[in-house]
Design a protein around this ligand. Structure first.
Ligand code: GUN
Length: 297
């Protein structure tokens, strides 16, 4: 029997565990607050940002919502970030990626106060992660780590193959899984578009994490019996539906489930975990900035 890992349920448990921390902050007069900044040419970004805001509001986290026209000068975005850095009531800042081509995304990220960088994208926070002393674990990799733990997958000594080397998922996830301690101690292989024999790497893995942004790249023929499969992909592909498209992951679910002992669905797998870990990081930011200690899941 293949276990279909229920990301919605696991994320729900994390949100429930965060409720106490939010309440404690509020009791101490601290209203945890996340600012979102939207200047993204990807039409899906608007939906992602509004889902993140709704999650916050449901948990009692305040939100500030800044939207900039796509043709705004890069300086407007930098100025927005700097205002939010200086804003006393703002604990976390999230600039939704991607930004338009005329804006240098690295420059934007470097301008975010590292203490408010709840994505964990700032070079200081990346450095701390690589050094094994993270401040904010990036949301999607942290969500994958929590999913594996909740699904009873022991990463210690496991061969994990990550397909995709992005700054948002592949690289930080490799660092988290390599770290000493619970949820780490794995032997990690990171594959990418220039990997010569991807199938050889996925077949030797106990855990495959697909995060390449290529629809259904990984199928059952590339997997060994009993593997755990985590699908990070969210791809819109043309389909005969009301919207004219459907969402598929980076894994071909049907054939992969025939081999896997456990697998995440799309949607309902990694996506809700990413959002839960953003709430986690926002609460952590509010706690560290206010000096009010809270217990975090
Ligand atoms: N775009 C896609 N994923 C993310 C994310 O995790 N954070 C931000 N800021 N933008 C994204």
């Amino acid at each position: 029997m293949t276990d279909v890992i229920d990301g919605d349920a696991i994320a729900g448990e994390i949100r429930d565990e965060l409720e106490g921390a939010v309440q404690r902050l509020r009791d101490e007069g601290v209203a945890p607050t996340l600012a979102t900044v939207l200047m993204s040419p990807d039409p899906a970004s608007e939906t992602y940002v509004s889902m993140k805001q709704r999650d916050c509001e449901e948990l009692g986290i305040e939100t500030r919502d800044v939207e900039l026209p796509l043709d705004s000068p890069a300086g407007d975005l930098y100025a927005t970030v700097e205002e939010l850095n200086d804003g006393d009531g703002v604990h976390g800042i999230l600039v939704q990626m991607p930004v338009p081509d005329h804006v240098d995304d690295r420059e934007v990220i470097e301008r975010i106060d590292p203490a408010k960088d709840v994505d964990g994208f700032h070079p200081e926070n990346v450095g701390r992660l690589v050094a094994g002393n993270p401040r904010f674990e990036p949301c999607t990799p942290h969500g994958v780590q929590k999913l594996l733990d909740a699904a009873g997958v022991d990463t210690e000594g496991a061969d994990v193959t990550i397909v995709g080397r992005s700054d948002i998922v592949g690289k930080p996830l490799a660092n988290l899984l390599l770290d000493k301690g619970p949820g780490g101690n794995a032997t990690v292989t990171v594959c990418h578009s220039r990997t010569e024999d991807l199938t050889a790497k996925t077949r030797e893995a106990d855990v495959v994490v697909a995060a390449a942004g290529v629809p259904e790249l990984v199928d059952g023929s590339m997997l060994s019996e009993g593997v755990v499969v985590i699908d990070v992909g969210v791809n819109q592909v043309d389909a005969d539906t009301e919207k004219g498209y459907e969402l598929v992951g980076d894994v071909e679910f049907e054939s992969a489930s025939e081999k896997a002992s456990a697998i995440t669905p799309v949607p309902g797998g990694v996506g809700p975990m990413t959002r839960a870990m953003l709430l986690h990081n926002t609460v952590k930011a509010a706690s560290e900035q206010s000096g009010v200690d809270v217990e975090l899941p």
